[in-house]
Design a protein around this ligand. Structure first.
Ligand SMILES: *[C@@H]1O[C@H](CO)[C@@H](O)[C@H](O)[C@H]1NC(C)=O
Ligand SMILES: *[C@@H]1O[C@H](CO)[C@@H](O)[C@H](O)[C@H]1NC(C)=O
Ligand SMILES: [Cu+2]
Length: 248
C-alpha cells in the first residue's frame, strides 16, 4: 500500500517534470534567407551573442499584465551581447520553436516595434508595438477547432511572416508570441524578441490606434484571453491586441 502511494507520488512528480519541459519558445530564425541562433535559456548570458533578447525560462507567462510580457524574462532591458539581423523591408522572417511545439490550441501573433535608435539599449516595455501577422481560429468551433498554433506545429513548428515592405528603414524589434489557451481561464503567453536593422523600405507607419504597449495590450477580460474553450459554444475567436498592419 505504502509502495503504491509513493509510486503514485513519484509518477505524479515525473508527469510534472515532463509538463514543465513541454514548453519553450523561439530557438532560431531565418531572416531574409540567413540563419540566426536565438538566446539559449537556462544558460548564463555571459558569452552568448544573439540577435534575440535574453529569456530565461521555457515556462509560459500566465498573467496578461506581467511586467515581462514584452520580451519574456529579463528580455525587457539590455540583455546579453546583442546583435541585430540586417534585412530588407518586405523580406520573410521564419521563426523556429522547439520542435515539435507541444501545444496546438490558440493564436499565433507577430509584432514589430521601432526602437527609435539602437535596439540594444531599448526598454521593450516602453516601445509602441504593432501587429504584422496573426492566425487565430482557422476552422471549427472554439471548443474543438483548428488553430493557428496547430498550423504552426504542422509546418515544422515554424512560422513565416513578411516584414511590411512599406516600413521605413531603421532599427526594429520583431516579437513572436504564442498564446496557448488549452487550460481553462489560464492563458499561457510565450513571447520572444529579436533585433532587426531594416534596410530599403517605404514611408508608411501604422496609425496610433494600432500601437500597443506590453504589458498594456491585453487583459484577462479580453474574450480571447480569459477563456474556457471547453464550455464555450462560440464559433468565433477574438485574437487579442490590435488589428494587423501590413502597410497597405
Ligand atoms: C525544421 O525546423 C528545424 C529547426 O527546428 C530546421 O533546422 C529545419 O531546417 C526545418 N526543416 C524544414 C524542412 O524547414
Ligand atoms: C464572438 O463574437 C461575439 C460578437 O462579436 C463576441 O461578443 C465574443 O466575445 C466572441 N467570442 C470569442 C470567444 O471571442
Ligand atoms: Cu507549454
Amino acid at each position: 500500500m505504502l509502495f503504491t502511494a509513493s509510486f503514485a507520488a513519484l509518477a505524479a512528480a515525473l508527469a510534472q517534470v515532463s509538463l514543465v519541459s513541454a514548453h519553450g519558445g523561439v530557438l532560431s530564425y531565418n531572416i531574409g534567407g540567413t540563419d540566426y541562433n536565438g538566446f539559449v535559456p537556462y544558460n548564463t548570458p555571459v558569452g552568448q551573442s544573439s540577435i534575440q533578447r535574453e529569456w530565461d525560462s521555457y515556462n509560459p507567462i500566465t498573467d496578461p499584465t506581467d511586467a515581462h510580457l514584452s520580451c519574456n524574462a529579463n528580455g525587457a532591458s539590455l540583455g546579453s551581447g546583442q546583435k541585430s539581423a540586417t534585412v530588407a523591408a518586405g523580406s520573410k522572417v521564419i521563426a523556429y520553436w522547439n520542435n515539435p511545439w507541444p501545444h496546438t490550441v490558440g493564436p499565433v501573433m507577430v509584432y514589430m516595434a521601432n526602437c527609435g535608435g539602437d535596439c540594444s539599449s531599448a526598454d521593450t516595455s516602453s516601445l509602441d508595438w504593432f501587429k504584422i501577422d496573426q492566425a487565430g481560429l482557422i476552422s471549427g468551433p472554439v471548443s474543438a477547432g483548428q488553430w493557428g498554433m496547430g498550423q504552426l506545429v504542422n509546418q515544422n513548428s515554424s512560422w513565416t511572416s513578411t516584414i511590411p515592405a512599406a516600413l521605413p528603414a531603421g532599427n526594429y524589434f520583431i516579437r513572436h508570441e504564442l498564446l496557448a489557451i488549452h487550460t481553462s481561464n489560464q492563458p499561457q503567453f510565450y513571447p520572444e524578441c529579436a533585433q532587426l536593422v531594416l534596410t530599403g523600405g517605404g514611408s508608411s507607419t501604422p496609425s496610433s490606434d494600432l500601437l500597443v504597449k506590453f504589458p498594456g495590450a491585453y487583459a484577462m477580460s479580453d474574450p480571447g484571453v480569459g477563456i474556457d474553450i471547453y464550455s464555450s459554444t462560440a464559433t468565433n475567436y477574438t485574437i487579442p491586441g490590435p488589428a494587423v498592419w501590413t502597410g497597405n
